[in-house]
Ligand binder design. Structure first.
Ligand code: GUN
Length: 280
């Protein structure tokens, strides 16, 4: 049976470290402020935004919530971002995705000042990551690195296979693992022989968006398996992209769903907010 990588405990430790740093800033008379913008009322987004506000309150970060109606125009949203870019008292700007269809997500992401881009989605942030320059890193892949490091998983020299090539997870994940000196292979929906490639991985990171797709037959004995997926099944139970019961029989360490990668995203968002003071 594999070691369970406890994302709940590791994310709690990171939030406590953030809280300590925030407390020190507050004692110096400095404040950290994150503005969170949600357009429309997608129920999943509302839950995520609520959790982000809760984490801010715990860490001691001030949060400014903008809950805009579904009909908000792109121009209105861009104008709000412009205003927040110019405000000295606002350190971070986060626009919850997905946005309503009439708004161009790329235009919105590009409007955020890279110095306030705590989500790490701006092309400048992604470019900086690509060439090893300082900048914000997308929270979920940054959280995966913390899970591995804090569970004493060696990354350097290991063969890492990533399943999924999204801008938010797969691509930045590949760059981060490369930065940690792993040998990286990115697979996707058009990949041939996916199973054979996954079976070569020392570290298998799955972000493909298909419930329980990866079972033990995709995993090399003793591999470390990180499951970024999250789905609700017919019985309303949460599961990941990995079939945990089968995979945990063969992996040496594995993240559960829930309680693995999920809580790390918000913990790393808090860390990006606290770090924003250093970049600004
Ligand atoms: N929607 C799903 N995940 C995320 C995230 O990490 N940041 C934002 N802004 N929106 C999301």
């Amino acid at each position: 049976m594999a070691q369970i990588i406890d994302g709940k405990a590791i994310s709690a430790a990171i939030k406590d470290e953030c809280k300590e740093r925030t407390t020190a800033y507050l004692a110096e008379g400095k404040e950290i402020c994150l503005s969170v913008i949600q357009v429309g009322n997608d129920p999943a987004s509302s839950v995520y935004v609520g959790n982000k506000k809760k984490a801010c309150a715990y860490v001691g970060i001030k949060s400014l919530a903008y809950e805009l109606p579904e009909e908000t125009t792109q121009e209105e949203l861009l104008s709000l971002i412009g205003e927040l870019n110019g405000r000295k008292d606002v350190n971070g700007i986060l626009v919850q995705l997905p946005l309503p269809k009439h708004i161009d997500e790329n235009a919105v992401i590009q409007a955020i000042d890279p110095k306030k881009d705590v989500d790490g989605f701006h092309p400048q942030s992604v470019g900086a990551l690509c060439i090893g320059q300082p900048g914000f890193v997308s929270c979920t892949p940054a959280g995966v690195i913390q899970l591995l490091k804090r569970s004493n998983v060696e990354i350097a020299g290991k063969h890492c296979v990533i399943v999924g090539r999204s801008n938010i997870v797969g691509k930045p994940m590949a760059l981060l693992m490369l930065r940690e000196n792993a040998t990286v292979c990115v697979t996707h929906s058009k990949t041939q022989n996916l199973k054979e490639i996954c079976k070569q991985a020392d570290i298998l990171i799955v972000a493909m968006g298909k419930p329980k797709f990866i079972d033990a037959s995709y995993i090399k004995e003793g591999a470390v398996v990180i499951d970024v997926g999250i789905h609700r099944n017919a019985e309303n139970k949460l599961c990941g992209d990995v079939d945990f019961d089968s995979a945990s029989q063969i992996a040496s360490a594995i993240t559960p769903v829930p309680g693995g990668v999920g809580p790390m995203t918000i913990a790393m968002l808090m860390k990006n907010c606290v770090d924003s003071i250093l970049l600004q």
